[in-house]
Design a protein around this ligand. Sequence first.
Ligand SMILES: CC(C)(COP(=O)(O)OP(=O)(O)OC[C@H]1O[C@@H](n2cnc3c(N)ncnc32)[C@H](O)[C@@H]1OP(=O)(O)O)[C@@H](O)C(=O)NCCC(=O)NCCS
Length: 357
Amino acid sequence: MTGRVPDFSIHELHLPESLDGPDGKDFRELTSVLDTMVLETWGSLDRASSAQSRLAGWRDTPYEASRNFFARVGGRIVGHASCQVPLKDNVHTAWLQVDVLEGHRRQGIGTALLRTVEGVAMAQGRHVLQAHTEHPIGAAGAGAPGGVTDDGPGVAFCLKNGYALEQTSRFSSLDMDHDAEWARLELAARSKADAAYKVLAWTNRCPGEYVDHMAGLMGRMSTDTPAGGLEIEAEAWDAARVRQLEDTTLAEGQTSLVAAAQHRSTGDLVAYTVIYLDPSKPWVAEQDDTLVAKPHRGHGLGMLVKLANLRRLQTECPEVRRVMTYNAEENEHMLSINVQLGFKAAGYDGEWQKRIK
Ligand SMILES: CC(C)(COP(=O)(O)OP(=O)(O)OC[C@H]1O[C@@H](n2cnc3c(N)ncnc32)[C@H](O)[C@@H]1OP(=O)(O)O)[C@@H](O)C(=O)NCCC(=O)NCCS
């Protein structure tokens, strides 16, 4: 699809077969512009994805489909928009993102990109549109309690386009130098979890005997973590979906470290946590999902599995200097664990939503 207004043009991105193939010119330019956008906002590439990760992550799977568009001015890419839709659950929603390079804002490019991806979402029958804005602490006006200030361009843009702020996520960063605190927390978590639970760990692929348990726990991430006012339904997870995510992670060039807690008397997995590593940014890791099954909460398992995984990270990946993570601002229990571990707020993401019927 191509649209044109006086000074810029909008194009749909064709995903190349490979990163360096002859059909990858637009993709390569876009991915480098996306890195510039992350640098403009955050001053580092910690939150950027590698080109390999974007290419693999944007390919359709049985669970999710994506379309990407870019805006050109004078032959250069200056803006990007995406529409991602879940296919097995949440089929009323679409996740949209629009970004324009700082020097090209306030010329209607963002609006044109947004209209494009809103049109794609509506054509697929989606009537709940979700998007996010980013607010680093230290940026002008940011860092106030709650974290999503009303003076950023993204906020004005979302409000103008009929989106409402439904949730705030805290973006935190942990320096890997908390040995003394972690030793103390380990003792406390072990004494709480006593002999009833055993910690298991794996890299990239869940052992076959636990994959159904993992699917059960991963499905709970969509129901047991706070969603604010976002209209999110339970995700449908089974063993095939766990394997699909593992395959995508590997295709993205990433490594996943998983730690899980097993209930000794039943053999069930009752808690898990995941850290992702990307070789394109060896200095940073990402703490992703952590979940403890409801009947097993209050035994220190969240802390236990997180610490077990951080210790693996220390041993297996000594080049990692910090770990980043995202949590809903109202997720008191998870935030309390993270603060005890040494995570410090580095910014906030606003989660926005618009209903179109
Ligand atoms: C938000 C963003 C995409 C807007 O891109 P853009 O090309 O500047 O958007 P437009 O020129 O179409 O602006 C549309 C309207 O949004 C509002 N707006 C955008 N930036 C604004 C700002 N800095 N201050 C006040 N209003 C602003 C205005 O109402 C503007 O209309 P106007 O220029 O006629 O007053 C861009 O600032 C950006 O990339 N920000 C970072 C990513 C982000 O927050 N994306 C939004 C969530 S998906």
